[in-house]
Write a protein that binds this ligand. Structure first.
Ligand SMILES: *[C@@H]1O[C@H](CO)[C@@H](O)[C@H](O)[C@H]1NC(C)=O
Length: 356
């Protein structure tokens, strides 16, 4: 059963602005208010009525709460490591093009994705990017631990050119994401959303395509990675941002010195004692090389983008996709590091691995 809540939410919000004594609101005035203020963005399909989207209270972020132990186990990996597929979960429904994933406890997976425009877009034929528009939409989808659909939020408006929702990170309060045009050297908007509402709050606009966001909870730095993760831009909310739609200049741009993996999805792991308390993230992705595709996961220094420890992964999904192609998350489960991947598009299966 599907419940469409945005209009209901809208009516609740509108009612809330009237004093308690005047709850008998003129119906046409109410409709006018709804029509004037209801945006196309923020529409949520709820698939399990009465079931909350996010756990309450919100859990701490899995990767950075166990960052030191995850790093300790990660640096024990090598090309010879054998991986055991400890779980495989079919996610229900259309999953579009999944790009990022965060686990909130054992029973919730939040997946960022974008719905391709129709007709298919062409790259870089119009300098103003007009041809990159179309009917594309950014989505945030929520699944339970068994792969059941909980929610699917459409978080961009019809006609928005920035409909590509990239890699995401969860900091215990917000999910951070970048909504970008679906082409290199374009534009993006850094957003954050509460897991229980999935309403994107625009933070600042960026004059480049951005396809992933990572939040360093200790320094307040937010890293965004551009097309292919060729460079990271650094932002910090303690410094004034320009009011959108004006672009904000990044505090720094860090060129990625590694070309073995185009990182797609990264998770903040903390300031690691193992690396002299430098901020460290775990990233995964693929690269096309010599007519083939390779993929891997890496610990990356968030100050220099230098890989600290990297391992190629050769596992593929049942449809033949390298597991590192799309979303990735990491957790410590019963004391062991687990990697979570969602490589396939449209019809997706979660692959969960532990090193043997
Ligand atoms: C999705 O994939 C699964 C497993 O590969 C398959 O059994 C199922 O029929 C597919 N569903 C659709 C709608 O294609």
């Amino acid at each position: 059963m599907h419940v469409f809540v945005s209009v209901v939410d809208r009516i609740r919000e509108v009612l809330a602005i009237f004093p308690a004594s005047s709850k008998m609101v003129n119906a046409s005035a109410l409709l006018a208010l709804c029509a004037s203020a209801a945006p196309a963005a923020g529409n949520i399909m709820l698939y399990q009525p009465g079931v909350s989207i996010a756990p309450s209270p919100l859990p701490p972020p899995g990767p950075s709460s166990h960052g030191e132990e995850i790093i300790r186990q990660f640096v024990g990996l090598s090309l010879a490591t054998e991986w055991s597929l400890v779980d495989k979960v079919q996610f229900q429904g259309e999953t579009f093009e999944p790009e990022g994933m965060v686990r909130l406890g054992n029973d919730r997976y939040f997946v960022s994705a974008y719905e391709r425009p129709i007709p298919a877009l062409r790259y870089n034929t119009a300098p103003d990017g007009a041809d990159a528009q179309g009917a594309g939409f950014a989505h945030m989808m929520v699944f339970d631990g068994k792969g059941g659909q909980v929610a699917d939020a459409t978080i961009t408006e019809e006609g928005s050119s920035e409909y590509h929702n990239g890699g995401i990170d969860y900091d215990g309060t917000y999910i951070w994401a970048t909504l970008g045009q679906n082409r290199p050297d374009s534009t993006a908007t850094l957003v954050r959303m509460r897991p229980d509402t999935l309403r994107p709050e625009p933070i600042l606009r960026i004059q480049d395509h951005m396809g992933a966001a990572i939040h360093d909870l200790s320094s307040g730095n937010i890293l965004t990675l551009n097309w292919g993760a060729r460079s990271a831009s650094v932002w910090n909310l303690r410094y004034k941002a320009e009011v959108p739609p004006a672009f904000t200049a990044p505090r720094a741009v860090i060129k990625n010195p590694s070309h073995y993996t185009d990182y797609q999805d990264c998770k903040f792991l903390g300031h690691s004692q193992h690396y002299a308390f430098r901020p460290v993230m775990l990233c995964s992705g693929i690269t096309r090389l010599y007519g083939t595709v390779i993929g891997g996961v890496a610990l990356v220094d968030m100050e220099s983008m230098a890989p600290l420890y990297e391992v190629p992964l050769t596992m593929v999904s049942d449809t033949g996709m390298l597991v590192t192609k799309n979303p990735m998350d990491v957790a410590l489960v019963d004391g062991k590091m687990r990697l979570f991947f969602l490589p396939d598009e449209r019809n997706s299966t979660l692959y969960v691995y532990e090193p043997i």
